[in-house]
Structure formats: C-alpha cells, structure tokens
Design a protein around this ligand. Structure first.
Ligand code: HEM
Ligand code: HEM
Length: 147
C-alpha cells in the first residue's frame, strides 16, 4: 500500500482538525473543572449546595469523556491513514492512552461518589487534575508532531 492512503491535502486538513478538536475538548475540561472546584469549596466551607455547578459538572463530565475518546480514536485513525504505523509518534500515543485510561477511571470513580464525605471525592479530584495536566502535555507533544 502507498502512504498516505488519502490525499495529502485532505490529510493536512484532518491533522489540523484533530488538533483543534482536541484543543477545544481540553478547554472544556478546564471549564468543567471549575465547576468541580466550586462544588468542592462549598462542601469544605459548609456553604449551601451549589446546585447549578453540580448540575453542569454532572452533565458535562460524561459527555466530555466521550468526546475525549473520539479525539483519541481520530488520532489513531489519522496516523494509520498517514503511515500505517501506529507507533510513529510514541510519546503522543502514550500520553493519549494515559488520558483515556484516566478518563475512564475518573468516570467510574465519580459514580461511586455517594454523600458529602465520600473518600472517592478526593480520588476523583486527583484523577481530574492528572487529566488536565496530561492534556497540556499532549497538546505540547501534538504541536511537535504537527509542526
Ligand atoms: C470523566 C469526567 C468527569 C465526570 C464524569 C465527573 C463527575 C463528577 C461527579 C458526579 C461529581 C459529584 C458531584 C456532586 O457532588 O454532586 C464530581 C465532583 C467533582 N469533580 Fe468531577 N467529573 C469529571 C471530571 C472532572 C475533572 C477533569 C475534574 C478536574 C479536577 C473534576 C473535579 C471534580 C471536583 C473537584 C469535584 C468535587 C469533589 C469534592 O466534593 O471534593 N471532575 N465529578
Ligand atoms: C492540540 C492538540 C493536538 C495536536 C496538535 C495533535 C496533533 C496530532 C497529529 C499531527 C497527529 C499525527 C497524525 C498523522 O499521522 O498525520 C496526531 C496523532 C495522534 N493523536 Fe493527536 N494532537 C493533539 C491532541 C491529542 C489528544 C488530546 C489526544 C488524546 C486524547 C490525541 C491522540 C492522538 C493519537 C492516539 C494519535 C496517534 C499517535 C500515534 O499512533 O503515535 N491527540 N495528533
């Protein structure tokens, strides 16, 4: 087979598209993390339940996790169309795989949060911070792949 399997022009557009899409997903994760922090602060300070923040964070979290998975799948598809070699960009692949594993763990842990004193709240918070950090690393690595 001759690589890339699609035209170079289309591939170039899709590469930018993958980058922009995942960058937007990252921004949305930071946005929803803010609501998480509002929930946490209110709980620690014993102030009334921040109902709007809870509703938004619960709404966005699972949907963003799915979008994150789609962005990862798009990256895999692109590198296969481009080179047929999934290991072409090992660091970007590794960080992406870690993000997906953490997203899954964060989602599963969030479902175990029951009541204000659940120890899973801290676990969830730490996993969430790890996701945000890895997204920043992944954008940096992705720009290295792109440019
Ligand atoms: C997979 C995506 C995510 C899902 C499904 C999710 C879901 C949830 C749920 C259901 C809660 C409980 C809300 C309540 O008290 O009613 C929660 C709390 C929270 N989430 Fe997330 N979340 C996600 C991502 C994140 C991320 C990326 C962060 C970033 C740090 C984050 C930070 C928090 C914080 C700080 C709390 C409050 C914990 C506390 O009370 O101490 N979440 N999340
Ligand atoms: C601004 C952010 C990003 C940019 C600029 C970017 C850019 C790229 C580029 C140019 C490729 C190679 C496509 C090709 O071979 O033509 C790629 C592959 C890939 N991307 Fe991204 N990416 C970004 C974020 C992400 C994120 C957040 C994830 C995962 C959650 C991800 C997952 C992947 C995967 C799994 C591959 C295949 C890499 C491999 O097999 O080694 N990317 N990305």
């Amino acid at each position: 087979m001759e690589y890339p399997l699609i035209s170079r022009e289309l591939l170039a557009d899709l590469r930018i598209g993958h980058g922009l899409f995942n960058f937007s997903v990252m921004l949305l994760f930071f946005y929803t993390a803010r609501y998480g922090l509002i929930i946490r602060r209110a709980r620690k300070n014993g102030t009334p339940l921040p109902v709007a923040a809870m509703r938004r964070h619960r709404y966005l979290g699972p949907r963003l996790a799915i979008l994150g998975g789609l962005g990862f799948g798009a990256g895999l598809t692109l590198v296969l169309l481009d080179t047929g070699n999934i290991l072409k960009y090992p660091a970007h692949l590794l960080a992406g795989t870690a993000i997906i594993a953490l997203l899954l763990a964060t989602f599963l842990v969030s479902r175990k949060i029951k009541g204000p004193n659940s120890p899973y709240r801290n676990t969830h918070f730490q996993l969430g911070l790890a996701i945000l950090t890895l997204y920043l690393v992944e954008v940096f690595l992705g720009l290295g792949v792109l440019l």
